[in-house]
Write a protein that binds this ligand. Structure first.
Ligand code: TTP
Ligand code: MG
Length: 411
């Protein structure tokens, strides 16, 4: 049976494994990196703040400082009311009264630390979506499997901690929206894994504000509608929600139901574009493999055309039972945008496997070049604010249509 919200056929694409990394109290953790004596101490990093002054706003506070009500965007003067400066209040510090260490934002230093973290992330996946200095999504579908996803997430955290020295929270889930919720779920130093079959049960009881894209304003509109949890939204009538929130409401409603078709795409130019899907049971019927190759080739070629990408190499990936992976590719004399050729080449590369039982098939174009020689045309939906979510939605629709068309085998 197709999963809720998916049209027949589209359900055959494997659930992705998406990992979201969000560094803990990032600027404060960076300060601790160069001043290890700040470990375990309340630390406040101020924007527009100069040492000894009371001007500026809190960029971030360590979790120890948050316990005293210090939070991002608060005026430094207010933070100082809650937590006086450690340096100028040695008696208070000696008595054990709460005090904090105040530091000014040093953006260049934080960027260099972030670069080291991102370098690790790029080693872990080809699809890394950076959304801010301390946050990124990774598609790790090809690097792990659900039954070992927790170990993989732990490995990511440990690598960052060991090689860079700053703590991260990691979420692993079948889509971007849920992965973001997962990384937030157990901060700091958290690791939350939500396998596909547990997604709805996980999301349902969470407060509606936990859904990314629901700020305080939207939350209060949701309360007015009697919607307090993500589960309430999932059960709500889609039309009521779009009446209130427009198209953005549609996205939120889908995400509440555990559906988010956005793909994790690296910013800038992709190195390759691929599409793969698996068969429930291994199949060897040439008619069915041919149909599937045609659908995958069409999906990949359409994406390339949409992005203005020309390709010089066309390849396939074949997984035979139990898990034997084979790849074949063919390089052309020059870059092309030729959907028929993608199909024809993929099929002829598959000829040697025809008749063998196949568990999974993929088609890839690589060696990409871009006709416009510009970054423009690549979607940029950085998923950080309530408005940005609308961009994501456009993309979802385009992708949604592509996959419905491509995988509509009527199974
Ligand atoms: P966040 O990831 O939002 O916050 P954080 O990493 O400090 O804390 P958390 O453990 O909850 O993830 O933002 C990353 C950095 O961006 C943060 O360290 C400082 C900066 N920032 C600001 O400068 N101003 C702000 O209002 C916020 C929210 C963040
Ligand atoms: Mg963070």
């Amino acid at each position: 049976m197709p999963r809720e919200g998916r049209l027949p056929g589209a359900a055959k694409t494997d659930p992705a494994i998406v990992l979201h990394v969000d560094m803990d109290c990032f600027y404060a953790s960076c300060e601790r990196l160069r001043e290890p004596e700040l470990a375990g101490e309340p630390v406040v990093v101020g924007m527009g703040y100069e040492p000894g002054e009371t001007i500026g706003a809190v960029a971030t506070a360590s979790y120890e400082a948050r316990e005293y009500g210090v939070e991002s965007a608060q005026p430094i003067s207010e933070a100082l009311d809650r937590l006086p400066r450690a340096e100028t209040n040695p008696e208070a510090a000696a008595k054990g009264d709460p005090v904090a260490h105040y530091r000014s934002v040093d953006h260049d230093f934080y960027k260099s630390v972030a670069r080291d973290v991102k370098e690790i992330l790029y080693e872990l996946s080809e699809s890394v979506r950076e959304v801010s200095i301390d946050e990124a999504y990774l598609d790790v579908t090809d690097r792990t499997a659900w039954d070992v996803a927790e170990g993989f997430g732990r490995h990511v955290k440990q690598r960052i901690e060991r090689e860079v020295g700053v703590p991260a929270s990691v979420g692993v889930a079948p889509n971007m929206s849920a992965a973001k919720i997962a990384s937030d779920h157990d901060k700091p130093d958290g690791l939350t894994v939500i396998p596909p079959e547990e997604l709805r049960d996980f999301l349902d009881p969470l407060p509606i504000e936990d859904l990314h894209g629901v700020g305080p304003k939207s939350a209060s509109t949701f309360y007015d509608l009697g919607i307090e949890t993500i589960g309430n939204l999932a059960e709500a009538d889609l039309e009521d929600i779009t009446d209130q929130f427009g198209e953005r409401g549609r996205d939120l409603h889908f995400r509440a139901r555990g559906i988010d078709e956005r793909e994790v795409e690296s910013r800038g130019r992709p190195k390759s574009l691929s599409r793969e899907s698996s068969f429930g049971e291994p199949i060897s019927d040439p008619e069915r493999t041919r149909e599937r190759i045609e659908a995958l080739a069409r999906a990949v070629a359409t994406r390339a055309t949409d992005k203005g990408a020309l390709y010089r190499t066309i390849g396939i990936k074949v997984i035979e039972p139990p898990f034997d992976l084979a790849t074949r590719e063919h390089s052309l004399g020059g870059p092309v945008d030729d959907p028929a050729l993608v199909h024809e080449t993929a099929q002829s590369l598959f000829d040697e496997f025809e008749g063998d039982p196949v568990r999974k098939l993929g088609v890839r174009v690589s060696n990409l070049s871009f006709a416009d020689n510009e970054q423009a045309g690549l979607e940029d939906w950085s998923d950080v604010s309530e408005t940005d979510i609308q961009d994501g939605e456009t993309d979802t629709e385009i992708r949604g249509q592509a996959s419905i068309e491509s995988f509509n085998e009527g199974e």
